[in-house]
Design a protein around this ligand. Sequence first.
Ligand code: IMP
Length: 182
Amino acid sequence: MMLVTSNDGKYEEYREIFRENNEELSLFKKKYPEEQLDSLRKVVERSLYYLTGIMQEEFFIDDSGLFIESLNGFPGPYSSYVFKTLGNDGILKLMDKMERRNATFQTVIAFYDSSPHFFAGEVKGTIATSKRGDNGFGFDPIFMPSGSYLTFAEMSRSEKNASSHRANAASQFMAFLKKRKL
Ligand code: IMP
């Protein structure tokens, strides 16, 4: 199976999940167009159709976003742009003194064989009051999954994979791939 992404962090997480399922995963490191649309599903659908035009083999992509409740779901599908512009410090500033810190991380996997397939996963959690940890990438230093006092960036890759939005979507994808082999 091949993952198309320019994000090494995503690849490392998927590689571990695939390894645990005795599946091979290769990386096609590529930036592809991501339109600014109002849901992850729409964004990933457009990117998938773009890539089907240039890819010769089966592949999947991942689009993820952080949805903060007290900000009405911001940055959500705009997470990539907001990470580049505001970053974790900007999000923490926006959330300064806010008591309601609930947030959800969501992933949509889009896979194309002879037709498109979509797998959605999420994890609920809270936004920390400061950045903590050096592991992972993106918003990991400020996101704590429910039931944990650690941010994703304070966890090992396998600890993050035990509860993450991405691992959640991936386990449905793995089940689909296993069923397809039968
Ligand atoms: P993308 O559009 O899926 O690449 O991700 C949108 C933004 O969310 C990017 O800035 C990523 O760095 C960030 N992001 C995606 N997945 C994760 C994650 O698992 N943890 C923390 N940040 C993430």
